[in-house]
Write a protein that binds this ligand. Sequence first.
Ligand code: FES
Length: 143
Amino acid sequence: MKESNPASIQSLLADLPKERASLLPALWRVFEADGVLTREALAAVGEALDVPAAEVYGVASFYALFHVEAQERAPVRVCTDVVCSLFGAQELLNALRGRREKPVYAATCLGRCDAPPAALVGRQALAPASLEGVDAVLKGVQP
Ligand code: FES
């Protein structure tokens, strides 16, 4: 996966107003393009929108669905909200954490209560999620 450089980020965000309100749409665009938000990308977003880099980092790191560090290209998030917990979410989370192959996090409702337990592997939703399903997605996103 090729990461955007400051010039390509400027181009990617050229149509957005240079204001704080453009921060989330800008971060999503870069994240969609790269699959990760590097520190260099965050600095370029700040420069493109005329928003301080510290503020850009604060927003990006606040939202759990953004992956700010390069080593977290495919973090695994398992929903442990009520419905998914009733269908084995905690057991799946424990099994994934026990393997320690990738960053694994508990998450609140992922909007897939219809097929619990739900998980996100990078940006790929799995519902219902299983160890085998997570493994299959991870194989496709290994750097
Ligand atoms: S409770 Fe798990 S996806 Fe909604």
